[in-house]
Design a protein around this ligand. Structure first.
Ligand code: GLV
Ligand code: MG
Length: 346
């Protein structure tokens, strides 16, 4: 393990110093754009105003014969669009693919000063983060990039889940992690054919007697992994995210999956279809009623000490801290969204 004094040293002479604190940014939806498609690229200037993060996807879902066009399209899009406060990310190809090296070299060389985060797929362990960390430092030094480019890992292999804590704390460049349920299902040999979401056969059957019908309760296939990911991220001071939900015809199930992740500690999810932008916005902006209650708690115990009763419920240091999480997030949402600011009464 790297010793604490070395942890924040730049990995290349001339590279910017690693960040000690992550930038405070709203990242409720990471919106995926296939950058080889000119028609979709043309929509990015407008799109950037309505999402928190625009991500140019170079990996899965991009046809092999379009890999280079996607990389070039991303560079063109990054150069020509003013993203303002909206995050600009790319998902590069996996490190063992024929494209990953050129993805990093060409993108950092051309638009490294505009790029906030590189999403790295199929991360198996901290060694993958160390490799990209070092390469990025060399390229930042070569291209005189002033602000470190952060790394966001996709948790989508069984080995990655085994190593989740080590991945989360591999480098000060770690921004966060997203669950990748489709690849993870394949890696684990789960018997599903879906991109995220539940399965009707993953259920608990209530006790019963005789021939009376028995209630069945569908369970969340992703609960265990999201729980591990949230703990690893929170302990390392980085951000956890739910990933993709592939059934665009089922917005209710998408919302339920996003909300479970939000309640467990995640800060956002991927939007793969324009309809999922609004779902993520609703779910990952805290509910105004919850925010009002959180404000009651903080008003009743400004320094968080002692205990008070509010609406019959005991509040103490721990609920005060929970209230602060909701209020801080609501303030971040309100700063970007006047309509939500009005609903929060800020
Ligand atoms: C995302 O990349 C996934 O595999 O679910
Ligand atoms: Mg994947």
């Amino acid at each position: 393990m790297k010793l604490p004094r070395q942890f924040f040293q730049p990995l290349a002479i001339g590279a910017p110093a690693p960040m000690r604190e992550l930038p405070v940014r709203l990242e409720r939806m990471i919106h995926f754009v296939p950058p080889h498609l000119e028609k979709l690229r043309a929509k990015v200037p407008e799109l950037a105003k309505s999402v928190d993060v625009v991500l140019g996807n170079l990996e899965d879902a991009i046809p092999i014969d379009a890999k280079e066009a996607a990389r070039k399209g991303f560079i063109e899009m990054a150069k020509s669009v003013d993203f303002g406060p909206t995050g600009l990310w790319t998902r590069i190809n996996a490190l063992n693919s024929p494209w990953a090296l050129d993805d990093v070299i060409e993108i950092v060389g051309s638009v490294g000063d505009k790029l906030d985060v590189i999403m790295l797929p199929k991360v198996d362990g901290p060694w993958d983060i160390h490799y990209l960390d070092q390469l990025l430092a060399q390229l930042e030094a070569r291209h005189k990039i002033g602000k470190p480019i952060l790394i966001h890992a996709i948790l989508e292999t069984a080995q990655g889940v085994n190593n989740v804590e080590a991945i989360a704390s591999a480098s000060p460049r770690m921004h966060g992690m997203s669950l990748g349920p489709a690849d993870l299902a394949a890696s684990r040999a789960m018997k599903t054919t879906r991109v995220g979401g539940g399965h009707p056969e993953y259920k608990v059957l209530a006790d019963g007697s005789g021939d009376a019908p028995r209630a069945a309760y569908q369970q969340d296939l992703w609960h265990y992994t999201v729980g591990r990911m949230v703990d690893a991220c929170a302990a390392a001071g980085i951000k956890p995210f739910y990933g993709p939900f592939g059934d665009f015809s089922d917005p209710a199930a998408c919302e339920a999956q996003f909300r479970n992740a939000f309640l467990m500690g995640c800060l956002g999810a991927w939007s793969l279809h324009p309809t999922q932008i609004a779902i993520a916005k609703t779910v990952y902006s805290p509910d105004p009623e919850e925010v009002a209650f959180a404000r009651k708690i903080v008003d009743a115990m400004p320094d968080g000490a002692g205990a008070v009763m509010i609406d019959g419920k005991m509040q103490d240091d721990a609920t005060w801290k929970q209230a602060k999480v909701l209020l801080d997030l609501a303030k971040l949402v309100a700063a970007k969204d006047p309509e939500m600011a009005a609903r929060y009464g800020f």
